[in-house]
Design a protein around this ligand. Structure first.
Ligand code: PGA
Length: 254
């Protein structure tokens, strides 16, 4: 069985002490001495990633950035490049999160360009897609996801999705306590996989599709029973070690 991927997105939260405490516990996590069935990606604010890298010794814990710039170096005040992330041992980069689309005006074209930069640097992009409440009401979920996938496919071709991650995150479910039903998530994940398969049959198996949006220890089991939900992207519930540990326990017990 392919290992489930659990991504923790800490957003603009945490400090040195809370991150060290969290990682010290996570390093010691041992699933009843049995084989663990998940891979974990911790996505702390970028300023703490190097510190985190020096602390982590457990083999199945990786680090991710929440954003990156398009440029590799030069006069771009305030930005971070893929080379810098690589330099400190980061493996994953979240791209196109709805909060970046909303508050930083990132559009599909910019996100598609970032996707390529990340892939070329041999980092793993996590592309967030998903509809807002209005679009959901209008039955446009598939259309919105297809448009977001297409912006990458039309620029770089479908093979760019090999060994990458797509996170389906309906905007209305993020931070709202309202999770999409496992059945509706399964349907859209299947759609996403089939959509890419249509363009690129050979490599469509290499795509991981995550679900994110108010995932916690109470709803993760039902979500992960679905065939095409390859893992979860956890925001709020990942800030509390005990809640997060429960999620890992559940994944390991599946
Ligand atoms: P949430 O956040 O789990 O707090 O809803 C998920 C996300 O934004 O990635």
């Amino acid at each position: 069985m392919k290992k489930k991927l659990i991504i923790a997105n800490w957003k603009l939260n945490g400090n040195k002490l809370s991150i060290l405490n969290f990682l010290n516990q996570l390093n010691k996590y041992d699933y009843k001495e049995k084989k663990e069935k998940c891979k974990i990606v911790m996505s702390f604010p970028v300023i703490y990633l190097y510190l985190a890298k020096t602390i982590i010794y457990k083999k199945n814990i990786f680090l991710g950035a929440q954003n990156v710039d398009l440029n590799l170096c030069g006069p771009f005040t305030g930005e971070i490049s893929v080379n810098m992330l690589k330099d400190i041992g980061i493996n994953y980069v979240i791209l196109g999160h709805s909060e970046r689309r909303k508050y930083h005006k990132e559009n599909d074209a910019l996100i598609a360009k970032k996707f390529k930069i990340v892939k070329e640097a041999n980092l793993i992009p996590i592309l967030c897609v998903g509809e807002n409440k209005e679009e959901k009401k209008l039955g446009k979920t598939q259309e919105v996801c297809a448009r977001q996938l297409n912006s990458v496919i039309s620029m770089w071709g479908p093979q760019i999705f090999n060994d990458t991650i797509i996170a389906y995150e309906p905007i209305w479910a993020i931070g709202s306590g309202e999770t999409a039903t496992p059945c509706s998530v399964q349907k859209i994940h299947k759609f996403i996989k089939e959509y890419i398969k249509e363009y690129d049959i050979a490599n469509s198996e290499k795509i991981t599709v995550q679900y994110g949006g108010s995932v916690d220890e109470n709803n993760v089991t039902q979500l992960l029973y679905e065939a095409d939900i390859d893992g979860v992207l956890v925001g709020g519930a990942s800030l509390n070690y005990n809640k997060f540990k429960k999620i890992i326990d559940i994944v390991n017990s599946l």
